[in-house]
Design a protein around this ligand. Structure first.
Ligand code: SAM
Length: 309
C-alpha cells in the first residue's frame, strides 16, 4: 500500500487500476474522472476503441475503486458523454449516492445534425447518504449585456430579487467553454478547461483537501487543485502526458483574493463561494467582473457599504 505522504502532489505514471489497488480506503475528499470516451480519439499511445462489454467492464472496475478510496465525506465526479453516463449511473447507484447530473454545454456550434450532441454530463455522487458530505454554495457572475449593462436573462420576472453579483450555480453550465485557441492548449485530444475543474473543486472541497484523478491527461485537475490551495494525486498511463502535466502544474499559481480562493480565467472571475462574496466585494475585486453591482445593493437585507465600481 502507498503511504499518501509519499505520493501527495504528484502524477504517477501507470495504469490507474493498478495504482488505485495500492491506495488505502477513504483517502480522498474528491475523486474526479474524465476517462477516455471510447470514441476512437487519437491519443499518443492509448487505443480508444474497446468493445462495448470490455469498456463497460473496465469502467465498472475503476469506478468501484474510485468510490473505495474516497472518504465518507467525499464526492465522486465523472465526466463523459450521456450514453456512457447512463451505464456509469447504474454502477454508481449500487455503491454511492446520486446528487446531481450536471449538464455542461461546452459551446459547440449547432451545425451538421439535428439533435447534435451538444453537452457533456458530469455525474456527482457522494460516498455516504447523510449530510456530512462536503457541498458548498457557489456563484457565477450574471451575464450582462455589453451595451446596456443589464441582465441578459429575464429570471422569470424576478430580476429584483436576484443576488447582485450572480445566481447560485444550477446544474446546467453554459458559461465555460472548451479551449479553442491552439496557443492555450497542449498536444492532447481532450484537454478540459481549468475553470470547469475549479468549479467542481470549489463545490465539493475545502482548502487543504486532497483531490484524486485517475486519468490525468494534461494535468487539468491538478492545476485547478493547486490554484485553489488543495492537494492532488493523479495517474496517467502515457509518459508524454505525465510530462505535460508536470509542466502545467509547475507553472500554476494560487488564485486568491484576500483569504478567498476563486476561479479566475483570463482576468474574469468564473466562480466564487457564496460565503466569500462580501470579502471579495469589499476588497474591490468585482469592479471589472460585474458592472451590475450598484451603489446601495443589498445582500440578505444588508446594504453593501463599500462600492468601488
Ligand atoms: C479524456 S483524457 C483526460 C484529459 C484530462 N481531463 C485533461 O484535462 O487533460 C483520458 C486520459 O486517460 C489516459 N488513460 C487511458 N487509460 C488509462 C489508464 N488505464 N490509466 C491511467 N490513465 C489512462 C489517457 O492517456 C488520457 O490522457
Amino acid at each position: 500500500m502507498f503511504d499518501l505522504k509519499n505520493i501527495i502532489n504528484s502524477v504517477i505514471l501507470g495504469d490507474c487500476l493498478e495504482v488505485m489497488k495500492k491506495i488505502p480506503d477513504d483517502s480522498f475528499d474528491m475523486a474526479f474522472a474524465d476517462p477516455p470516451f471510447n470514441l476512437n480519439k487519437k491519443y499518443n499511445n492509448y487505443k480508444d476503441s474497446k468493445g462495448f462489454e470490455a469498456y463497460i467492464n473496465w469502467c465498472n472496475s475503476w469506478i468501484r475503486e474510485m468510490v473505495r478510496i474516497t472518504k465518507p465525506t467525499g464526492s465522486i465526479l465523472i465526466h463523459n458523454i450521456p450514453k456512457w453516463l447512463t451505464y456509469f449511473s447504474n454502477i454508481l447507484n449500487r455503491v454511492a449516492f446520486f446528487r446531481h447530473w450536471i449538464s455542461w454545454n461546452s459551446g459547440g456550434a449547432p451545425v451538421g445534425k439535428t439533435l447534435l450532441p451538444n453537452h457533456y454530463g458530469i455525474l456527482f455522487y457522494t460516498k455516504t447518504a447523510d449530510y456530512n458530505f462536503k457541498f458548498f454554495d457557489i456563484r457565477s457572475p450574471h451575464s450582462i449585456c455589453r451595451v446596456c449593462k443589464s441582465f441578459l436573462k429575464d429570471y422569470g420576472g424576478k430580476k429584483d430579487q436576484m443576488h447582485p453579483y450572480g445566481p447560485l450555480i444550477s446544474d446546467v453550465w453554459t458559461d465555460i467553454h472548451r479551449i479553442r485557441h491552439r496557443k492555450r492548449r497542449d498536444e492532447h485530444p481532450c484537454q478540459l478547461p481549468i475553470p470547469l475543474l475549479e468549479r467542481l473543486i470549489l463545490l465539493s472541497t475545502d482548502e487543504g483537501d486532497i483531490v484524486f484523478d485517475p486519468f490525468m491527461g494534461t494535468g487539468t485537475t491538478a492545476v485547478a487543485a493547486k490554484r485553489l490551495g488543495r492537494e492532488f494525486i493523479g495517474v496517467e498511463i502515457d509518459s508524454n502526458y505525465v510530462e505535460i502535466s508536470n509542466r502545467n502544474i509547475e507553472k500554476a499559481c494560487e488564485t486568491k483574493i484576500g483569504n478567498c480562493y476563486v476561479s479566475i480565467y483570463l482576468n474574469k472571475i468564473k466562480t466564487i463561494r457564496d460565503t466569500d462574496f462580501e470579502q471579495i466585494y469589499e476588497l474591490g475585486f468585482l469592479k471589472n467582473n460585474n458592472s451590475y453591482l450598484k451603489k446601495g445593493s443589498k445582500i440578505k437585507g444588508k446594504k453593501l457599504n463599500v462600492f468601488k465600481n
